[in-house]
Design a protein around this ligand. Structure first.
Ligand code: 6PG
Length: 482
């Protein structure tokens, strides 16, 4: 019998899987076994990329036999039932100590469930978030693996070999056990939704209020990309806005249907944050903005509703553009701050030792939300590992303080002009809520106690209280009341 040749295998050869397999094969020391449910895709990949030296396999048995021990396989299939089917098949042919990695966008609770089930067979299961789209998979993604420390020993060098590199450091770290990697990838996507929506709101204002063309706005974004907003999403926005439609000669953005799709990771972020009690309001508004855009019947019915708005005339266009830039930057800081709050809460709930600064580091390159200011996040957590909210770190607090007049002008101006800026506005409200000395939550507590005897606490005394609202108005402690 021939010796197994491959040190790593990939199952699922759609675009992300093929590109990841090619990335692995291109790195010194890796030999990659590949498997796909239908052999056709495997054959095509072998034919198109002979330089990769892939070992093609046509059954799970062959695939397992091609892998050196401990066998390591990365599954790159669409998240959902397909993933469970592949895991089942692999556990039949793998042995204790082998490693199965799910590189898809799985829901982290599925990953927790799968890890527990696979662990019983003695096989390691690692849920790894992989970000960077098709190009990232090929040239170097940001990778967020969970799973056991034992699996990380074997997997670490392999993943480090294919990850993007930021300032000499590979963008991969062992995030935490079981579902931690997929949880952090989910939050990454939530921040991605917020970032994209914020950029879209900035574009809308520049166009509708600033009177700028998509091509002019493309130049503004390209310019912004040289400063503190420097990021992949700002960069590609300039490219998207520059694009002219070949058939109509119009800016492409004007012929794209204005209904945003979503595969669900943004909604998962919000659902998880609701469960954890973390206000990720900017991310939520970004998810809802996509939902609203995708309701054509409601939008058609509402199109004739009055605006009741005022004209927003801009005297100094350069100053207006700068206001929008600052509002975007401040709102973006809020989105990241909320995202990291969710990471902290998730880590607490699921007992993961997640290093926030490390997460910011591995997001510096390869992933969709890669941005210059992630270094500042790492620095903030290094300076104060117990930082309770990113927005309160000196660098970010100063940045937001500097943006505040602009941010308020933009949000209030948009409200008066009838231009929706859900993420700009909710981020500002969040900021004002967070910094408030007193919140009307006191009144809500009073209402809850009135109709449901839900009790409240006082600012001047320990204990839990309930007021006899219709009686003599005296308050009594809850313990006495029930
Ligand atoms: C990434 C992306 C990637 C993908 C998502 C978002 O990090 O590489 O987040 O995972 O683009 O599927 O897609 P939707 O916008 O369709 O939800």
């Amino acid at each position: 019998m021939t010796q197994p040749q491959a040190n790593i295998g990939v199952v699922g050869l759609a675009v992300m899987g093929s590109n990841l397999a090619r990335n692995l094969a291109s790195r010194e020391g890796n030999t990659v076994a590949i498997f796909n449910r239908s052999y056709e895709k495997t054959a095509t990949l072998i034919e198109q990329h002979p330089e990769a030296g892939f070992i093609a396999t046509s059954t799970y048995e062959e695939f397992a036999a091609a892998l050196q021990k401990p066998r390591t396989a990365i599954i790159m299939v669409q998240a959902g039932r397909g993933t469970d089917a592949v895991i089942d098949a692999l556990t039949q042919v793998f042995e204790p100590g082998d490693i199965i990695v799910d590189g898809g966008n799985a829901l982290f609770t599925d990953t927790i469930r799968r890890e527990k089930a696979v662990r019983e067979t003695g096989i390691n299961f690692v849920g790894a978030g992989i970000s960077g789209g098709e190009e990232g998979a090929l040239k170097g993604p940001s990778i967020m693996p969970g799973g056991s420390a034992e699996a990380w020993q074997t997997l670490g060098p392999i993943l480090r070999s294919i990850a993007a590199v930021a300032e000499g450091e590979p963008c991969v770290t062992h995030v935490g056990t079981d579902g931690a990697g997929h949880f952090v990838k989910m939050i990454h996507n939530g921040i991605e939704y917020a970032d994209m929506q914020l950029i879209a709101e900035a574009y809308d204002l520049l166009r509708r209020v600033g009177g700028l063309t998509p091509a002019e706005i493309a130049e503004i974004f390209a310019e912004w990309n040289t400063g503190e907003l420097e990021s992949y999403l700002i960069e590609i926005t300039a490219e998207v806005l520059k694009q002219v439609d070949a058939t109509t000669g119009k800016p492409l953005v004007d012929v794209i249907l204005d209904q945003a799709g979503a595969k669900g990771t943004g909604a998962w972020t919000v659902q998880s944050a609701l469960d954890l009690g973390v206000p990720v309001s900017g991310i939520a508004e970004a998810v809802f903005a996509r939902s609203l855009s995708s309701k054509p019947a409601q939008r058609a019915a509402a199109r004739t509703l009055p605006a009741g708005s005022q004209e927003w005339t801009v005297d100094d266009r350069a100053a207006f553009v700068e206001d929008v830039r600052r509002a975007l930057y401040a709102s973006k800081i809020i989105a990241y701050s909320q995202g990291f709050d969710a990471i902290v809460a998730g880590a607490e709930q699921y007992d993961w030792d997640i290093k926030k600064g490390e997460i910011a580091k591995i997001w510096r390159a390869g992933c969709i939300i890669r941005a210059q200011f992630l270094n500042r996040i790492t620095e903030a957590y290094a300076a104060d590992p117990e930082l309770v909210a990113l927005v309160t770190a000196p660098y970010f607090a100063d940045a937001v303080a500097g943006a505040l007049p602009s941010w308020r002008r933009v949000v209030s101006g948009a409200a008066l002009a009838g231009i929706p800026t859900p993420t700009f506005a909710s981020s500002l409200s969040y900021y004002d809520g967070l910094r408030a000395d007193r919140l009307p939550a006191a009144l809500v507590q009073g209402q809850r106690d009135f109709f449901g005897a839900h009790t409240y606490r006082r600012i001047d005394r320990e204990g839990t209280f309930h007021t006899l609202w219709s009686g003599d108005r005296t308050e009594i402690s809850a313990a006495d009341a029930h």
